[in-house]
Design a protein around this ligand. Structure first.
Ligand code: NAP
Length: 249
């Protein structure tokens, strides 16, 4: 029987690449985001992939900032399939924000999408998986969850918060056979910020997707992407001296 994955934030970047990677491995795929026309184009593209013959694709218009609409929208998407095995909590945004510079609205918006939206998505998945008797939640956090990056205070806080939320939820839901995989990407070339090319150890969304799907299929608790060099550098992430940041940014 084919497995089924549902991915939020599938209209571009990592989410889109994940949808294509899962489809090419024969998974049924549910895709959700705000831009429906992008999802419709992706649905066509997925169906034409070698390896994807006979897969089921369903899509849903979803705004994770509209917190209390997330649960019903996702339950409706889940109901399109006989069962759902994996939910990838991926929808997210980033923006440089400066503390004390009148950017509270931008910071609140970031927190609502990346943290509150992710929490709402995990809740929807957990509720469905508890009824089903198990399932796998994959959360796209970030290496930024481990480091206090100036001009990224809100973004770092959302990812640290989301990582901690998943760690606690994993313990709580173990008895319901709900597993968690926390993904910590480094820099992936997407539209999430401008001038992505300036960042070190940049990889394509396609490479990120291959590594992430590898972690999902292995059932890793945590996946650092790309593994090289970030897995070696991970223990240093919270230890960058304050004075070094002016040379790094
Ligand atoms: N790129 C990186 O270097 C990097 C590194 C670490 C972590 N990440 C994380 O990876 C995830 C994906 O980012 P990406 O780089 O692939 O960025 P991206 O190309 O900009 O894609 C972001 C996706 O999230 C969706 N999204 C944004 N706001 C949403 C909302 N309110 N409701 C529903 N969907 C929403 C977007 O779809 P719509 O606009 O159509 O809604 C889009 O599909 C994010 O959580 C990000 O924090 C990225």
């Amino acid at each position: 029987m084919k497995k089924t994955v549902v991915i939020t934030g599938a209209s571009s970047g990592i989410g889109r690449a994940l949808a294509l990677e899962f489809a090419s491995r024969g998974y049924n795929v549910g895709i959700a985001a705000r831009r429906l026309e992008k999802l419709q184009a992706l649905q066509q593209e997925m169906s034409a992939l070698p390896g994807a013959s006979g897969i089921q694709v369903a899509l849903a218009c979803l705004d994770v900032k509209d917190t209390f609409s997330v649960e019903p929208a996702l339950q409706q998407l889940f109901a399109e399939f006989d069962r759902v095995d994996v939910v990838v909590v991926n929808a997210g945004v980033n923006q440089l924000t400066r503390v004390g510079k009148g950017q509270l609205a931008e910071e609140v918006s970031l927190i609502q999408t990346n943290l509150v939206g992710a929490v709402a998505t995990v809740n929807a998945a957990a509720q469905y998986f508890k009824t089903q008797g198990g399932g796998h939640v994959v959360g796209i956090s970030s290496l930024a969850s481990l480091s206090a990056i100036p001009t990224q205070a809100a973004y770092c806080a959302t990812k640290a918060g989301f990582s901690m939320y998943m760690d606690a939820a994993a313990i709580e839901l173990k008895k319901h056979k709900v597993r968690f995989t926390k993904i910590l990407p480094g820099f992936v070339k997407t539209d999430i910020v401008e001038n992505m090319d300036q960042y070190p150890f940049l990889i394509s969304a396609e490479q990120a997707a291959k590594e992430i799907v590898g972690h999902v299929e292995k059932g890793s608790k945590e996946g650092v992407v790309p593994a090289f060099p970030w897995r070696i550098m991970k223990p240093l992430m919270g230890k960058i001296p304050d004075g070094l940041w002016k040379y790094l940014m």
